[in-house]
Ligand binder design. Sequence first.
Ligand SMILES: *Cc1c(COP(=O)(O)O)cnc(C)c1O
Length: 441
Amino acid sequence: MPTPAELTDWDLRHFWHSFTQMSEYEPMVIERAEGSWLVDVHGRRYLDGVSSLWCNLLGHRHPRIEAAIVEQLGKLPHATTLGMSNVPAVELSRRLAELAPGELNRVFYASDGSCAVEAALKIAFQYWLQCPTPRQGKTKYLAYDSAYHGDTLGSTAVGGIERFHALYKPLLFDVLRLPPPDARLGDASHHLALLERALHRHHEEVAALVIEPLLQGAAGMVLQPPGYLRGVRELTRRYDVLLIADEIVTGFCRTGRMFACEHEGVTPDLLCLGKSITSGTLPLAATIASDEIYAAFLGDYASGCTFHHGHTYAGNPLAAAAACATLDVIADERVLEETVPRLAEKMARVLAPLRDHAHVADVRQMGTIAGVELCSDRDGGIAYPANQRHGYRVAKQATSQGVWLRPLGDVVVVMPPLSINDAELELLGHVLRESIDAICQ
Ligand SMILES: *Cc1c(COP(=O)(O)O)cnc(C)c1O
């Protein structure tokens, strides 16, 4: 076994971490985890305040998910899904189709959320070429400023976070943009009027609109006004534009429904899922298409209407078994009915005192997803200069106190695994408050 010192050294020398400025990276090498806690190679324990980047739904090392993976490992770790199938992926497909709203019945797999979005973009484009009344001109997408849909080139193109995406502009296809549907900037009718204007002008060239329903995650857990998503569905339908719902953050109970679209009774044409789908155990993502979309891809092989797209590990049986077990636990442990409402209410209570803090501009919460936005002066509505990195420093301070947080700019995300208990949540709230007090002046 390598020593902790060796691991730390090799980490620094050879491991290039995602979204990390490596010149300032301080190694934190995790060796194991249990429930809501991560344990590093030195035996230091950290409360996982962001569900290992929003994917660990039910807590680390959930025995039922672990058992399902181990059982599957003894049968079939992997076989391709190009032209053949495997048992857990078949079962998962049936169950996702049953859970997804409306006629979303056809499940296409990938291993990362970005690739689920990428598939949705290509499916939408190809649909318009192959549907009963083809529309050659529909080659563009409508997307939002501040959106985040992943880091492959297509998903980057529909993203709208300057800090992540601006640099790559020369590589990206053009996207028609709308301002973020932020509830603070206007109500549903205000934002819907902007959308209608864009659709009125451009609908003939737009294949699909891409949206993170109800909240923009990476923008800083920014909430949308009630009624907006429903209006988006009505307008996209009226103007013959497909609706791609990116529920990679919001899917699987986090917002209080299985999928966020259900809050507004909306069925998108394509639904992208990832992150919580295996409760943070194995990489898996899915794009679920409606029967109508799927039908446009059926025909003689020679007609060329096949979806020529896919990934080597798509529909991996271990990951699919983990996803099936996640769905079992959600149903059997009454996660949607009991765990989520209870935790959401407790999170609201723990975060409430921060609303009065002189350096907190806003506390936003939807179900078990929350963001605490820091500011220089709450009453004057003044943000901190971004380069002072208050969010980063607050999270670092919290980590030094045993609570692992990772911010989005000056928004500190609070999104613990659903396994978190009252005492752990109190600890998280306490450490967050002390960290804000220590860093923000
Ligand atoms: C994380 C995320 C993605 C990308 O998923 P990856 O698995 O990281 O590729 C896409 N969309 C949203 C809304 C996300 O939060």
